[in-house]
Design a binder for this molecule. Structure first.
Ligand code: NAP
Length: 237
């Protein structure tokens, strides 16, 4: 029997990149995975249950989480992955970009946690995984909007860990460095001084493997924080 056979997982931002790879990794271990993202068509596909949802819209989060709990029950694994990256110096960042970044990177995981964790607490088990970033603990230039959000989700992870201590629900923060996903397409890091080349970045599958690892620990063991970085060779930017 596979380690996650019969378990229900929820992954946000699961239409591409890290979220898609994490969904596939959990499904390969036997989980049924509810995937949330704006561009997914609704329906069941093999081990996947796809629910289109704009996580920047609080009412859409209520609708999606009500569907999850009503149709498939209490999840045992929740991966809060959806995120958006803003690369701009402070004085070029429009307040609307800050708000949009906050809505997806901070408010959405807060509201998803608010909607799903009480049922997990009542069940006395489950694991809540936050996909942070190197930027949840390191300050980099031109990352103001993104970094305040990622420090924010690390804070949320820590608050939830404290608030749910003793309930049987576990909390893991995974903080990847640069990962070669469609997130980088508009930024062209291969031609941007000081940035890692895409070929040197982590792969989405590396982060998915970290998700698989934390999600398959036995109930008495918790991975509080897993930091994952690409290895950069001397002489590369
Ligand atoms: N790539 C990196 O270098 C890197 C490094 C560290 C941490 N991370 C973090 O890893 C996570 C995933 O990043 P990624 O690189 O896989 O990004 P990505 O390739 O751009 O994928 C982002 C995912 O989020 C979904 N999404 C975006 N806006 C959404 C919205 N309003 N509502 C619902 N879903 C939304 C997208 O689906 P739709 O467009 O279909 O909605 C997509 O599935 C993010 O939290 C990011 O901060 C990434």
């Amino acid at each position: 029997m596979k380690p996650l056979e019969g378990r229900l997982a929820v992954v946000t931002g699961a239409s591409r990149g890290i979220g898609l790879a994490a969904s596939e990794a959990l499904a390969a271990e036997g989980a049924v995975v509810v995937r949330l993202a704006r561009s997914l068509a609704p329906g069941a596909r093999g081990p996947f249950r796809d629910v289109p949802c704009d996580l920047a819209d609080p009412a859409a989060i209520v609708r999606a989480t009500t569907t999850i709990l009503g149709e498939w029950g209490t999840p045992e694994i929740v991966v809060q992955n959806a995120g958006t990256f803003t690369l701009k110096p402070l004085d070029a960042t429009d307040p609307a970009e800050l708000d949009a970044s906050y809505a997806l990177n901070v408010r959405a995981p807060f509201l998803v946690a608010q909607a799903l964790l009480p049922a997990m607490r009542a069940a006395g088990r489950g694991i809540h995984v936050t996909i942070g970033s190197t930027c949840d603990h390191v300050a980099l230039p031109e990352n103001g909007a993104y970094t305040v959000g990622k420090y924010g989700v690390r804070a949320l992870h820590e608050v939830l860990s404290a608030e749910y201590r003793g309930t049987g629900v576990r909390f893991s923060l995974i903080s990847p460095g640069a990962t070669d996903t469609p997130l980088w397409d508009p930024l062209d890091p291969d031609h941007r001084p000081g940035f890692p080349r895409r070929a040197e970045m982590l792969r989405a599958g590396d982060v998915a493997e970290a998700v698989r690892f934390v999600a398959t620990r036995p109930p008495h063991a918790n991975v509080d924080w897993l930091r994952l970085s690409p290895v950069r060779r001397l002489g590369t930017p």
